[in-house]
Design a protein. Sequence first.
Lengths: 636, 46
Amino acid sequence: MADIEQRESWGSRWGLVLAAAGNAIGIGNLLRFPGQAAQNGGGAFMIPYVVSLFVFGLPMMWVAWTVGRMGGRWGHGSTPGMFERLWPHRASKYLGVLGIVLPLVFCFYYTYIESWCLAYSWFSLTGDYASTPDRAVHLDRYLAEYLGDSSSHSYFPGYTTTFTFAVIAISLNVWILYRGVARGIELLAKIAMPLLFLFCLILVVRVFTLGDVKGSVWDGLNFLWTPDFGALASPTVWIAAAGQIFFTLSIGFGSLECYASYLRENDDVALTGLTTTATNEFVEVIFGSLIAIPACAVFFGAEQVKPIAESGTFAIGMVSMPEILRSLPGLEFFGAIWFLLLFFAAFTSSVGVCQPVMAFLQDEAKLPRGAAAMVIALFWFLGTIPCIYFFRYGTLDEMDFWAGTLGLVVFAIVEAILFAWVFGMKRGWVEMHRGALIRVPAVFRYVLKYVTPVALLAIFCAWFVEAIAKDKLIPTPRVRYEVVDLHEFHGTFGGSGNGESGEIRKAVAAEVERVERDLFAWADAVLLPSGSLEIHSLQGDPELVAVVDAAGLQRWLDLDGFAYSGPPAGREGVEEPRTVRIRIEALHRAPYIWLVRFLIASVTIAFIVIIGALWRRRSVEVGPSRRTTAAAEVAS
Amino acid sequence: MSAGAVVFMLLTMGAVAALAAICLVAWVRAKAPRPPAGGAPPEELP
């Protein structure tokens, strides 16, 4: 009982709501949502989006808060203990390991992404990515070099800057966790969330006062919101909407459960869950659709918005937006605000997501707060290293696939079944309404019991099938070529490839798999004033050169339509032939992907062993009579 | 902007803003009694 009384609690109701909203609001609200909506039916995307929200988003939000508060009554801030209260069976605590491993692995890569935002806000302040006549900054290559995902080192000599910002981001997170719930997470939310709203407002005003350059903000809004009802017939659109709801609400991590565990027994969870959802949706739907896509429409024109939206979350945030911001006066201010906005959104999420691990170490392993923070810091640094140094092999995507995609649905399925079927809807409903400030509509009782588990299973199957279809489970080599000294050219190199070079790529990939190592080659080419490239020589790994010689590379470039397109007005073009160096790289991804899988499996097994040991130790300490009483209490 | 885009945008944003406003009002009006800090002892589940 003493342990239960010593648990922390939230300092204020508003602090809790802000912290929970901060947990849910992340980078995905501002970047992923507009991209997904634009690609999946525009305004019509909102139909499956709202359906998903009501079918499993909101119900699982209420379940998370209810399960968490219930676990907190028994001194559990993480899901092994919480699930045991839902299902008094020796296996239940092991199912709860998902609520520790998933947030921990998620934090490994998410904090790294967070550190990019922090770094870019610094680069904005210092004007580092502003192009000068002597130094052309291509923002896609700038990002690739920052991540170590490029053969050239025109902007970043190595990993020093990347590593430094990752260390800063991890240290900030650990520091907040060390300070505790009220003095750390809640205080951070009280500072960061108002700033986040303020930054959003400043940027919305700035975007709407840009005027017309190649388009208008209305073109962007038109593109984003024009309903394409035909898209609703596509299962992909429904799966995309369901995925967006999953990612945006931070359900399936055990973090909301952990936040709820610091509530008092009769504190409301029904209105808190609804408010968390509402605040998150407010930021996502309103601010998410009013900043990035309209800004892109203004600067790149309406016809360019679709390819930008399809280029992915980070291309919108880290390439297109800086491109716009550096074209405007006040890059230092608005650039810093944009990236600080993303950083704060990510920061409030990452501390929240990692809190269950902290709570597990404190509540179950009985570690003092400082020791728990040190253990987490150690895991965190070690787990982030593969993301930093092996990024080019797809390690970050691999972690995201298991911990941030499939794992979330598995966790949600387990929690939904335990709550609605094992613990029982009748008891669950009463528990949900203990101290409730609103009544949850009765229809959700049936939705939770029948519809939500089926919908979650359907999402899991769809994602798994998609992963098989896209060869995500079997790591294939990554084959590409790029111009090395890009900073010398103000124009861009690119292709209009129609996939005809696929056979060449496949041949290179097959060779990589045969020799089981990375293969590299370098070509000297001449860039002609017409923009086309002539390959003169090629040298490198003999195995690669045997598959693609100079003539083969020339054919590859021709099939891709790879050429130089003119620089922006006012800058010098290519008036006479120039030498260009091209690098081919074929990466053997399998060892690194399996390293990540081994890492995740090891962490999972380690926590399963720890849980088993802790529960055995507790069983010995409590003694048989107390165990019987506790089991009877739970069973009652 | 097309009429469909305007309708969808206003409907969605309006609904989201209304939901947020309802929650805000509910929080402001809520005067639920709170037990003293330190946490109450666990009760039996219903």
